[in-house]
Write a protein that binds this ligand. Structure first.
Ligand code: RUQ
Ligand code: CUA
Ligand code: CA
Length: 631
């Protein structure tokens, strides 16, 4: 191991990594493989090496008919959805439309989805980055998944029992929700989220000056999805995380300069981590020490320098990810333009807020890891894994040793550097955001795939790599191409998620259909009826494979037609669809679900509707006709 240490020192002293990094890599890889196979420092035989590599490669294989150990929830980036994968197989299991329009399920087309997406402000795009699962006492409780929309300043919630988006909130007074994390303890009462961009206040054209511009940290009530409060900050806000006491949340700021150009954002050697004192903020709101902005009723408190609600901890330079260690001891801020990460001791924050220590005193370690540290994740055994964007590596390092090194002890805190392909953004270890961090798998979301897959034109897929971290040595076991752009993912043990196999009749997801049926005197599970209400026509029909309860209905040209389909099948997996030809209408109706869609009847004539989710040997025959008469 002495040799490795020497090389590590050389590496951290070398200005750009470069040659000495590569030498270090080679030595570390050989030492690691030898160690893991119990051969000590002896050189492995070619056969032993091949066998070890083969074993590592097969570990992620889930044979046909077998189930994965973990659910993985992936953000769909600017594609706007959430994807569900099985880990370690990396097989895609489902897609959950959120901010996007989805032709298969009718998300963005059905009334149920429009109720969630909102009818006053409608967007067809979204940009989701950070999927996070609700917690009770620092453990995933499997109830909800929350995700941000940077593009249109929203936060969405997915009900994990049905894996559908059930609430979307537009955050007022700010622009571009980026970092999002959840309160972990005592449970997820708040969804914390950062608005990234600094804007004038009020932003109504009466004001354009930078002096009167700021951004805010936001807390949503996780149950109501209403914004509970907003905190004005200095600089901008990037990523965030919460602690394991329920008292603190912290966010990185890369633009302490409040610059509006690239060069300007890099002017300061240090930006900061801003720490939010949740108790003090709640008390301020309760005491009425807040203002409101425009027609928003959300309490806004001032957390700029000098406030007792926040503290600003200087860290180098344009920091990005902010990750809480699963033992609850540290926030780690990732330096991005600095080769370092900053370890912030959470147990020093009380003293910081009481002004008993200096602003940099909570920083108890600042290990140098390599070029472009973006995000850190943990194995629950005291090690951290940081992505190095510029080096295209993951660096495994030991937190305790990094702290010792900071205190002047001569220890090597770097355990291994592994090449990934290429330019990694987030990485995420299994259960890492909870007390249960189990250190089995590490997913690395590489932004570039370059030569790793068959070429598909100028637009390349990204490359999500799976790394086995259960042993001393990180081992790359799988490449998975993904479509734009999974910023982040979360891995959850499969027993932590409990889904329904069929819908419950009268699920709140389609409450408005149930309500309307009641008003119309219609029993959704039995009736096939057409109800005319002026030029509005409501068509209620059932479906049982392979038939709709109604094979013909009549409307007039220009009528506003709403079709409600209630699936009476009770057998798992027998979903139907409803597609009205030449009307832009398509939706999913799973067992015991009611779905509805509203459209304007086209020119007089006959229009077929048909089932577009394969449900039966006679699925092709499942259809009917809408007769449109002259008005
Ligand atoms: S961010 S690549 Cu949107 Cu989570 Cu860091
Ligand atoms: Cu019903 Cu296909
Ligand atoms: Ca900066």
């Amino acid at each position: 191991m002495k040799k490795q240490e020497d090389l590590t020192r050389e590496q951290s002293e070398a200005p750009e990594g470069g040659l000495s990094r590569r030498r270090f890599m080679g030595a570390a890889a050989i030492a690691g493989v030898a160690g893991a196979t119990g051969l000590g420092s002896a050189v492995m035989s070619r056969e032993a090496f091949a066998a070890a590599a083969e074993e590592a490669r097969n570990k992620f294989v889930i044979h046909p008919g077998e189930l994965d150990e973990y659910y993985g929830f992936w953000s769909g980036g600017h594609q706007g959805e959430v994807r569900v994968l099985g880990v370690p197989s990396m097989r895609e299991l489902m897609r959950i439309p959120v901010f996007n329009v989805d032709s298969a399920t009718g998300w963005g087309l059905t009334n149920e989805s429009k109720d969630v997406l909102g009818r006053d402000k409608t967007y067809l795009n979204g940009d989701c980055h950070h999927p996070h699962i609700s917690m009770t006492d620092g453990r995933y409780d499997g109830k909800y998944l929350f995700i941000n929309d940077k593009a249109n300043t929203r936060v969405a919630r997915i009900r994990l029992d049905i894996m559908k988006t059930d609430k979307i909130t537009h955050i007022p007074n700010v622009q571009a929700i980026h970092g999002l994390r959840l309160q972990k303890v005592p449970k997820t009462n708040y969804v914390f989220c950062n608005a990234e961009f600094v804007i004038p206040q009020p932003n109504d054209g009466s004001e354009y000056s930078l002096e009167k511009s700021y951004t805010m940290f936001n807390a949503l009530d996780a149950e109501t999805m209403e914004v509970a409060w907003q905190v004005i900050v200095d600089g901008n806000l990037d990523n965030t995380d919460a602690d394991y006491t329920g008292k603190y949340a912290a966010s990185t700021c890369y633009n302490s300069e409040k610059a509006v150009d690239l060069a300007g954002t890099m002017r300061n050697d240090r930006d900061w981590v801003v720490v939010f004192n949740v108790e003090r903020i709640e008390a301020a709101v309760k005491a009425g020490k807040f203002k409101t902005i425009g027609d928003s009723k959300v309490p806004v408190v001032d957390g700029r320098h000098g406030s007792d609600l926040t503290r600003y901890i200087p860290v180098p330079k344009n920091p990005h990810g902010l990750n809480t260690s699963p033992d609850g001891k540290y926030f780690v801020a990732n330096g991005k333009l600095s080769p370092t990460v900053s370890i912030i001791a959470i147990d020093k924050l009380d003293d910081l807020f009481d002004d008993k220590i200096g602003e940099r005193d909570p920083v108890v370690g600042e290990p140098e890891l390599g070029l472009g540290p973006l995000h850190t994740t943990y194995d629950g055994r005291g090690n951290a894994y940081t992505t190095l964007f510029i080096d295209s590596q993951v660096c495994k390092w030991n937190i305790a040793d990094a702290i010792k090194h900071y205190n002047g002890e001569k220890v090597n805190y770097i355990r291994q550097k592994l090449d990934v392909h290429y330019q990694p953004g987030h990485n995420h270890a299994s259960l890492t955001e909870s007390r249960d961090a189990d250190g089995k798998w590490l997913v690395v979301l590489s932004k570039f795939s370059k030569d790793r897959f068959l070429p598909v034109g100028p637009l390349h897929p990204e490359n999500d790599q799976l790394i086995d971290i259960s042993g001393e040595e990180m081992k790359l076991v799988h490449d998975g191409p993904t479509y734009a752009e999974p910023h982040d993912c979360i891995l959850v043990r499969r027993d932590q998620i409990k889904t329904k196999k069929i819908w419950e009749r009268n699920d709140p997801f389609f409450a408005s259909a149930v309500e309307q049926a009641k008003k119309d005197g219609v029993t959704l599970e039995a009736d096939n009826k057409v109800i005319r209400d002026g030029n509005k026509v409501r068509v209620y029909m059932t479906s049982v494979a392979p038939q709709y309860g109604m094979t013909e209905f009549k409307v007039k040209e220009g009528d506003e037609v709403t079709v409600y389909v209630s699936n009476q099948d009770t057998i798992e997996d027998v979903s139907h669809g409803f597609c009205m030809v030449n009307h832009g209408v398509s939706m999913e109706i799973s067992p015991q679900q009611t779905s509805s869609v509203t459209f304007t009847a086209g020119k007089p004539g006959v229009y077929w509707y048909y089932c577009n989710w394969f449900c039966h040997a006679l699925h092709m025959e499942m259809g009917g006709r809408m007769i449109v008469e002259k008005a």
